[in-house]
Design a protein around this ligand. Structure first.
Ligand SMILES: [Fe+2]
Length: 152
């Protein structure tokens, strides 16, 4: 396994401020998980696990919602939009279904699985599929929308 510690780097940027900010936020949550694993989850309480998983769930659903609204406003092809939403739904469903009681019994083992799944999602979706939507978003949305999202 290669050494990936969720450090953000400039080449990961899409050049769309709101999406870059949100992607960075997902990295921040993942680094918190990594931090717990580095400490072998010593002194981790069930409450800490609930907080981190809920934060991830909330942020992922907010981020996907924003990104999909931007894609809709930018007039993406129906099939591309459907496919992109399907990929979001796959990860969204996964984070919603994380078994917290199971994680409380084995925080180290379960957080490792979560960390690996976030990492896989970053590489397969954020750094691959999201790159393919940049051009159309930039061509069809205003500077304001690229910076703040679709506000109305
Ligand atoms: Fe996406």
């Amino acid at each position: 396994m290669f050494d990936f510690k969720f450090d953000w780097s400039a080449e990961m940027e899409l050049g769309i401020p709101i999406l870059d900010e949100q992607h960075k936020e997902i990295f921040r949550i993942a680094r918190n998980i990594e931090q717990l694993l580095i400490q072998n989850c010593e002194n981790v309480k069930p409450r800490d696990l609930v907080n981190i998983v809920c934060e991830l769930r909330e942020f992922v659903s907010y981020h996907f919602y924003e990104e999909e609204r931007m894609m809709e406003k930018a007039g993406f092809d129906r099939i591309i939009l459907k496919e992109h939403k399907k990929n979001h739904m796959y990860f969204y469903t996964y984070v919603q279904q994380i078994d917290l009681p199971k994680m409380a019994k084995d925080p180290n083992g379960e957080l490792k699985i979560l960390r690996d799944n976030i990492q896989d999602w970053i590489f397969s979706h954020m750094l691959c599929e999201d790159v393919t939507i940049v051009k159309t978003l930039k061509e069809n949305l205003t500077e304001e929308e690229l910076k703040n999202g679709i506000t109305n």
